[in-house]
Design a protein. Structure first.
Length: 426
């Protein structure tokens, strides 16, 4: 098996493989994961010191699949000698930096299965007697050298791509929030007068708070179309949409029910912000009003209609939607917190895309076991992690990762898929 991408999804799968091989040395799975980054890293540009996880630590890489696994977040804490301190903290939501350290700790334990600095550029079907039995996965290293690995099954988990507005031209001054912590030192050194952040989701709000803290002499301007930041729904009934069982319900549902469920529960994940952070931003803005030193400039119900960049600055035309009033703001940087778009699976697969079936909207048809449906003469498998259209809101998140990879491994091993709560790879 070759895994394409080595973020949390395929890391969890590498662990499942590792544990399977430990239990069944007679029936090992030969797995290799190809990752384009030089080392393990999980959204390193958003590792803001005090940002916390938006998922319980119990939804780590293994616990929902096998609570006895020694790859759990609790075992990580024990290894780091912080178990008692974490318990005293009484939180389900670790710091994002701490979770990153957990993921890196786990990745280091399965490093024999990973090749870093290998970007997959295409996949070719390999035929024997008219049947596609394997895939050749073609990857390039940092120096541009091309290599090929043959696999019976491939598991694609390449995550989401940052999305910019169609007319945005990325530059040293104009960038996506995913680069925030990488850009911040340079930005701070330039002693900026004003930074503008577009977007009202969690990332936008985090970027505004971090910039406001890290650049104490800079005006931070937050532009978004909503009237106010909207809170994320993390109430317990709504949270069930992230349960393994919900994946069964979603996958089997008619297309219009799928659409309805995605719409109803968008506010668990998209364009919403943790309530604590909303209140924190409100407190900051109000305090500045009282003190008469307004540095946090919230431009609600507004949008950027035009931008122009010169050597000295980027000029953003901001329209206040209720009145149509416009103002041109001179900024040192323009940060787009405008979300992510799904991976183009077929673009990644190249020639192998031809063996995959598509639905009426052009998206891959993905079975409950995450295997992409292929045309008749194919025995090799394409598995996909991250398909929201087939598996619902959890597909791009961490909630069901542990269970999902157990199901994928079961499928690869040729075992009939069973109800998720009973899946354990032994
Ligand atoms: C700042 C931030 C915070 C988040 N916090 C949470 C949270 O608290 N809870 C939650 O549930 N979700 C959260 N998410 C959602 C996030 O999508 C998941 O946490 C998680 O990253 C999904 O894992 P993944 O492995 O599927 O994708 P990714 O983490 O995106 O990993 C994909 C990997 O594939 C690699 N790759 C891509 N293309 C190729 C290629 N062609 N060849 C080789 N390698 C390639 C990438 O370099 C990357 O390492 C957050 C997202 C962001 C951006």
């Amino acid at each position: 098996m070759v895994g394409i991408g080595f973020g949390p999804s395929n890391l969890a799968l590498a662990i499942a493989v590792h544990e399977h091989n430990r239990r069944h040395p007679d029936r090992p799975v030969d797995a290799l994961f190809l990752e384009r980054q030089a080392d393990f890293g999980w959204h390193t540009g958003m590792l803001i010191d005090d940002a916390t996880m938006q998922v319980s630590f119990l939804k780590d890489l293994v616990t929902m699949r096998d609570p006895a696994s020694d790859f759990s977040f609790l075992c990580y804490l024990r290894d780091r000698d912080r178990l008692a301190e974490f318990i005293n903290h009484k939180t389900m939501f670790p710091l994002r930096t701490e979770f990153h350290d957990y993921l890196s700790w786990a990745a280091a334990r399965v490093t024999d299965q990973v090749r870093y600095g290998a970007e997959v550029v295409s996949v070719r079907p390999v035929e024997t007697d008219g049947v596609v039995t394997h895939f050749d996965v073609i990857a390039k290293d940092a120096a541009g050298a091309i290599g090929t690995v043959r696999a019976r099954d491939i598991v694609v988990a390449t995550g989401l791509r940052p999305k910019l507005p169609a007319d945005a031209v990325p530059s040293d001054r104009v960038w996506h929030n995913i680069d925030l912590m990488h850009r911040l030192p340079g930005l701070a050194a330039s002693d900026p007068h004003r930074v503008l952040v577009v977007g009202s989701g969690q990332s936008g709000a985090e970027a505004v708070a971090e910039l406001h803290t890290a650049l104490p002499r800079t005006q931070i301007c937050s532009v978004f179309a909503r009237y106010g930041y909207a809170p994320a729904d993390d109430s317990p009934f709504a949270n069930r949409i992230f349960d393994p069982r919900a994946v069964d319900h979603f996958h089997g549902a008619p297309a219009e029910v799928k659409r309805m469920l995605l719409d109803y529960h968008r506010n668990t994940n998209y364009s919403v912000v943790d309530m604590d952070l909303i209140e924190d931003l409100y407190r900051r803005e109000y305090r500045e009003r009282v003190l008469g030193r307004k540095r946090l400039d919230i431009r609600n119900s507004s949008r950027v209609t035009y931008t122009r960049e010169t050597d000295e600055a980027v000029y953003a035309t901001v329209e206040f939607l209720p009145t149509g009033e416009v103002e041109v703001l001179e900024c040192d940087a323009l940060v787009y917190a405008t979300g992510f778009r799904p991976l183009d699976l077929f673009g990644l697969l190249g020639r192998a895309a031809a063996v995959c079936e598509r639905d009426s909207t052009g998206l891959p048809v993905v079975g409950r076991d995450y295997r992409v449906r292929t045309v008749d003469n194919v025995t090799a498998g394409v598995y996909l992690q991250g398909a929201e259209h087939s598996h619902g809101l959890t597909a791009t998140l961490l909630s069901t990762t542990a269970v999902r990879v157990g199901e994928i491994l079961e499928s690869i091993l040729g075992v009939q898929a069973v109800a998720p709560e009973r899946v354990a790879v032994h």
